[in-house]
Write a protein that binds this ligand. Structure first.
Ligand code: HEC
Ligand code: HEC
Ligand code: HEC
Length: 387
């Protein structure tokens, strides 16, 4: 029928045909959007990669970041530090006994970028991107946990390095305690904390001493007694033990961020000379801290007879007047806080050392916190030779 033919014609003569036409038009932008997505997912990365390959992007630091890039990086850094710091268990009060070692480390390992009181950042560092901030002005922006996170792990893409030793959270906390002090220090106060007073006058005159000695004195003191309770006294220690320990720090068998820097790159012959120097210094004087007599007595028992029911050997066999092995160190007169710290590190197997360190790990794993405090107090009060 001619009538039905007319109705089948493609002309939009009815309401339903009109709808079809509209749908077709609507479909078109959807197709275009899909194309965009495919292009974005595949094409853009290819273009970016191509741009990188032909060297399109300017990686020069001189012109700085685009403002939007700088804002994004700052936001990402601050948010990441804030989030990751939530998992950090910060102590209520920071232990200040590590301040001299942390200040000494700051002078050598951090001031080169961040400057120090009385010594502003160098023009070379000011051209870094991002610029290392003057920490005296910025540490107030961060909580202790956030500073811990930054100092322990560093910050990617900025040049801010991670702590030089793994598993030494105690050292990172010492640095956080120092950073809290930093804004209060003037140039003289900083030098007094970071350098041994004897250094101002050159300490003892020793023309043959290796140049690295000046660095050691920063923390161990010109007299070799150790500045602050957490830096060991070296004066009068066995030379073979000192030498073996320096090797252990240099090879990473014993980890300490404070010691990693000073021993890096020192000639083995100089390490031997340094061990000789400290071994020859006047032996240790006993620690002067007041400790209850019963604690010292308990410590003496452990030292002389051990704890038989827990298979703890007497320490005296190896540590008192023993020439069994030149690597078994003297403990007499050593700082109690240092001895405690080392025993806890042995216990958690975070203190390597010479080839004999496992002997100590086994012994320390059988000691409680109270045993450790008592035996450390006892040895710190002992002086060399018959009492
Ligand atoms: C090679 C240079 C360099 C060294 C060395 C360095 N830092 Fe940094 N540090 C930086 C840079 C760059 C930043 C800035 C990062 C940013 O803004 O995203 C930074 C940031 C920081 C921050 C965060 C400060 C803030 O307000 O943004 C702290 C805290 C910090 N450093 C502490 C230290 C300590 C402690 C040491 C030594 C153990 C150290 N840094 C060694 C380059 C360095
Ligand atoms: C920034 C401070 C600092 C500097 C600089 C430093 N030391 Fe130390 N040193 C320490 C600390 C802290 C320890 C304890 C490490 C630990 O807890 O494991 C230590 C440990 C040692 C020990 C092990 C002693 C023992 O009883 O086991 C020796 C040996 C030593 N240092 C020698 C040196 C020599 C030699 C130099 C110079 C080349 C030097 N140190 C520079 C802080 C420092
Ligand atoms: C069989 C021998 C032996 C016995 C027993 C022993 N030690 Fe040790 N101790 C060592 C040796 C070896 C080292 C050196 C480890 C190293 O650094 O490689 C050492 C190191 C130490 C240190 C670290 C000293 C320093 O300057 O860093 C402490 C603290 C210590 N011992 C405490 C004790 C106590 C406390 C006992 C008794 C419960 C004890 N030791 C029993 C062999 C022994």
């Amino acid at each position: 029928m001619p009538g039905s033919r007319v109705r089948r014609s493609p002309k939009p003569s009815s309401a339903s045909d009109e709808k079809d036409a509209i749908n077709r038009v609507k479909d078109q932008p959807i197709m275009i959007r899909l194309k965009h997505v495919v292009f974005g997912a595949v094409g853009l990365p290819v273009i970016v990669l191509l741009g990188a390959w032909i060297g399109f992007f300017n990686v020069g630091a001189s012109s700085g970041h685009w403002k939007v890039t700088a804002l994004f990086l700052q936001l990402a850094m601050r948010s990441a530090v804030r989030t990751y710091a939530l998992a950090v268990d910060a102590p209520k009060t920071l232990d200040r006994r590590g301040l001299p070692a942390a200040a000494g480390h700051f002078a050598r390992g951090c001031a080169i970028c961040h400057g120090e009181p009385g010594e502003p950042r160098s023009p070379a560092v000011m051209r870094m991107l991002p610029q290392p901030p003057n920490l005296a002005l910025t540490v107030g922006d961060w909580t202790d946990a956030q500073l811990f996170r930054i100092v322990k792990h560093g910050i990617r893409f900025t040049g801010m390095p991670a702590w030089p030793a793994r598993d030494r959270d105690d050292e990172v906390w010492a640095m956080v305690a120092f950073l809290r002090e930093l804004p209060k220090l003037d140039a003289n106060e900083f030098r007094a904390l970071a350098f041994d007073a004897g250094q101002a006058t050159g300490g003892e005159r020793e023309p043959a001493a290796p140049a690295a000695l000046a660095d050691c004195r920063r923390c161990h003191g010109s007299d070799g007694q150790g500045r602050g309770d957490l830096v060991p006294a070296l004066a009068g220690q066995k030379q073979a033990y000192l030498f073996a320990s320096l090797h252990a720090f240099a090879s990473g068998d014993r980890t300490s961020g404070f010691m990693a820097l000073p021993v890096t790159g020192v000639d083995p012959a100089d390490l031997a000379a340094l061990a000789r120097h400290f071994a020859a210094q006047r032996p240790l004087s006993a620690d002067r801290d007041q400790v209850p007599a019963e604690m010292v007595n308990k410590g003496q028992q452990i030292a002389e007879i051990g704890i038989p029911e827990r298979n703890v050997p007497a320490c005296s066999g190896c540590h008192i007047g023993s020439d069994k092995n030149p690597i078994y160190p003297h403990l007499d007169g050593q700082h109690a806080a240092y001895l405690e710290r080392q025993l806890k590190l042995f216990r958690s197997e975070n203190r390597g050392g010479t080839q004999f360190w496992r002997i100590m790990a086994t012994a320390a794993q059988r000691l409680t916190d109270d045993d450790i405090r008592a035996v450390s107090a006892y040895f710190s009060k002992r002086s060399e030779g018959p009492q």
